[in-house]
Write a protein that binds this ligand. Sequence first.
Ligand SMILES: [Zn+2]
Length: 328
Amino acid sequence: MSALRQRLHAPSSRGAQRVGARLLGVVLCAAAVAGVLGASACGAGNATTQEGALDVVATESFLADIAQNVAGERFTVRPLIPLGADPHAFEPTPKDVAAVARADLVIINGGGLEGPLLDTLKNAGGSATIVDASAGLRSRTPQPGEPPLAAGQIDPHFWLDPALVQTYVTNIRDAFVKADPDGAAAYAANAAAYTAKLKQLDDWIEAQVAAIPPQDRRLVMNHASHGYFADRYGFQVVGTVIPSVGTAESPTAQQLGDLTTAIRASAAKAIFVEIDENPELARQIAAETGVKVVTDLLDHSLTAAGGDAPTYIDMMKYDTRRIVEALK
Ligand SMILES: [Zn+2]
């Protein structure tokens, strides 16, 4: 499947834009966004780092946003994986490896999401500490319709439950305090403020989902991405097109047939595909079963500023709206 993926968004450096135009480096980055320079030239440049500030890279864009909320004004967290790219299958460029080698901290989602990228990060050289944002979280047990996890495999999609992201915030805060004790009070205050926002987000999603009749709270996903979301908000996962928590596998004809049967038996109303995934198989199954297909979920990457999901919280609200619209 991954060969069929398309990159729908050009890389950009939203993380650098957040801080504002206080720093000359940020002004240079704005020029990069306008197309004068490549994004990694911007993101990797030391010009964006204040004197003495931590140099911090986060693998996914949503993770960089979460970490930026904890960092506040003390430094800019740079996302490694370009907007719109699939974190399950990301291959870093030499510039990415160089940026990691220069960093003090590299924040990863963990749980296996980064796949082979993690080995590259560990072997990038330099002295970066790798911070596993999901450390301490336990993998869920798949529901009956979902693909089983292989021995030792973890469902890495913790971030689709904002209550679990509170653990990310705690882990990131503790890593920042350890690396930069002078900022301890600021990191603690920022983490507390963002945790309050995550609680508000959780309440908001719950209120939105209440508009879906209980018998229609059924998800069919393109890959097994929404298990934690389903567990948190009371959805049944009827099945997935790709039989995995990753995106590299392809379904057999038997598995597609079983999914078609499960959709018909459950009266599920829609199949949900992420914007960077190939929707063809989902479209075929939707045509066979008469259900809707939603092809523009956003949950593995943010969008650029001005898009539908420039922050993690925006991304979760966007996805929730798309799901509720399709099922209510
Ligand atoms: Zn995924």
